[in-house]
Unconditional design. Structure first.
Length: 181
């Protein structure tokens, strides 16, 4: 009888400890706000000069904004899915703006969305480097720091892509035969 009461109390404590994660998600909401401030700052910095800039510089500026948008999307996916998977369900059932995927992304899906977002962000950074290549590569310097940085960006991107494919394959192999998680 005493042992059962101790077990029940311990299980309640462990179950309720999930709420210790809630401040992490509130902190990530703060990170979205900070990212919005940085996005607005960048937009205000770029907008007046967009007509005077070269095509490459305009594309780089816009890619920077797209990059920040993808990071914001990634943060929201982590906030919504992480909170719902580990803390509590969000009661937004009747809300007309509820994202279609909300409440349907399990931990496996969260991992895949996370790696896909990271790969997309990496691809944008790589594209920015390729567009900006004339500033990175200095003729006659051999394998200088710009070329080395570009090489590492390509290597890191390829590793991220391979990691994403391996995550997807692992999830497919681990998935039960009836297709349900």
């Amino acid at each position: 009888m005493v042992m059962k009461k101790i077990e029940t109390t311990l299980e309640k404590l462990i179950f309720n400890s999930r709420w210790l994660l809630a401040p992490f998600y509130v902190g990530l909401v703060g990170a979205v706000i900070l990212l919005l401030v940085k996005f607005c700052q960048e937009f205000i910095h770029v907008a007046p000069h967009i007509l005077d800039s070269s095509e490459g510089d305009a594309i780089l500026a816009i890619l920077t904004l797209v990059d920040m948008s993808l990071v914001g999307n990634l943060l929201l996916i982590i906030i919504f899915s992480g909170y719902e998977n580990f803390v509590s369900k969000i009661d937004a059932a009747g809300h007309e703006d509820k994202p279609e995927w909300m409440g349907k992304v399990d931990f496996s899906g969260l991992k895949l969305k996370l790696i896909a977002s990271i790969v997309a962000i990496s691809a944008i950074e790589l594209l920015k480097a390729f567009i900006n290549m004339e500033k990175i590569l200095v003729p006659g310097t051999g394998l200088g720091s710009g070329e080395t940085q570009l090489m590492w960006k390509v290597i890191i991107h390829v590793v991220l892509v391979i990691s994403g494919v391996l995550f997807a394959l692992m999830d497919r192999v681990a998935e039960p035969k009836n297709g349900h998680h």
